[in-house]
Ligand binder design. Structure first.
Ligand code: ADP
Ligand code: ADP
Length: 226
């Protein structure tokens, strides 16, 4: 069974712009996969469809064998999404943001608190737990989004441009963290427009441009061509 299987995915936005022109991708469990492409290529649209923020026009998506058209809520339990934009309340406390996310998955409160502590600690945010999120720096907010996406311990973690605007030192520590959770078994997919990010982290890459996958390769294979 694939962690993610996308077949012939298309998206035409209202107004007629075709952002995805038949994207197919097949990602194995345990992979660390990059969807690499320039701005406007269709990366966020793809992620948006996986997180139900964007409605696909046609094509199919299976997440660990679950068809999102058949049982989206079951599919959603398998994935954690780290969107590009901060989308939590500025006033809510750091710990509550993570604990409340677990509530969407029906995780009991005491267990939610335990997981929130685990991931906030791993991401270096536990001492900020009582702060409203507006007090966090940009890098901390990004780590908070990762903790929130992991609280229900999904098998697939999807990050949309996770290190855009993050300084080099923090970027390295985020990379280390992602490598660690991938080594522990979580399948990871990230979008990026930095080749360096894809090659330092990922095993497999799909290159997307103008809504089409133009190449699929292993990172080793890609480096040989350069
Ligand atoms: P990427 O994440 O690779 O930068 P996006 O998926 O955000 O690319 O965008 C792909 C294309 O779709 C871009 O040309 C963008 O302008 C267009 N697009 C994105 N969202 C919308 C929308 N809501 N309505 C119309 N066009 C959109
Ligand atoms: P609900 O689960 O109540 O239907 P939504 O799906 O609308 O809520 O999600 C609420 C917010 O949480 C959205 O902004 C969405 O981007 C974010 N979100 C949804 N699922 C996840 C997830 N697995 N990980 C991180 N953020 C998520």
């Amino acid at each position: 069974m694939k962690a993610l299987q996308i077949e012939n995915l298309t998206k035409t936005y209202a107004g007629g712009f075709q952002a995805l022109k038949g994207v197919s991708l097949s990602i194995e469990p345990g992979d660390f996969f990059a969807l690499l492409g320039p701005n406007g290529a269709g990366k966020s649209t793809t992620i948006g469809i996986l997180s139900s923020l964007v409605r696909k026009s046609s094509g199919s998506v299976h997440i660990f064998g679950i068809d999102i058209d058949v049982d989206f809520s079951a599919a959603k339990r398998e994935i954690g999404i780290v969107p590009q934009e901060f989308n939590f309340s500025q006033f809510e406390k750091v710990e509550d943001i993570v604990v409340n996310q677990a509530g969407y998955y029906g995780i009991p409160k005491n267990q939610a608190k335990e997981k929130a502590k685990k991931y906030l600690t791993k991401l270096g945010l536990w001492d900020k737990r009582d702060q409203p999120s507006r007090n966090l720096s940009g890098g901390m907010k990004r780590r908070l989004m990762i903790a929130r996406a992991l609280v229900h311990e999904p098998r697939l973690l999807i990050l949309d441009e996770p290190t855009a605007g993050v300084d080099i030192e923090l970027r390295r520590s985020m990379w280390d963290f992602l490598k660690e959770i991938n080594a522990a078994g979580t399948t990871i997919i990230l979008t990026t427009h930095y080749l360096e990010e894809a090659e330092s982290l990922c095993r497999n890459i799909a290159i997307i441009n103008h809504g089409e996958i133009i190449q699929k390769t292993s990172v080793k294979g890609l480096l040989k061509q350069l």
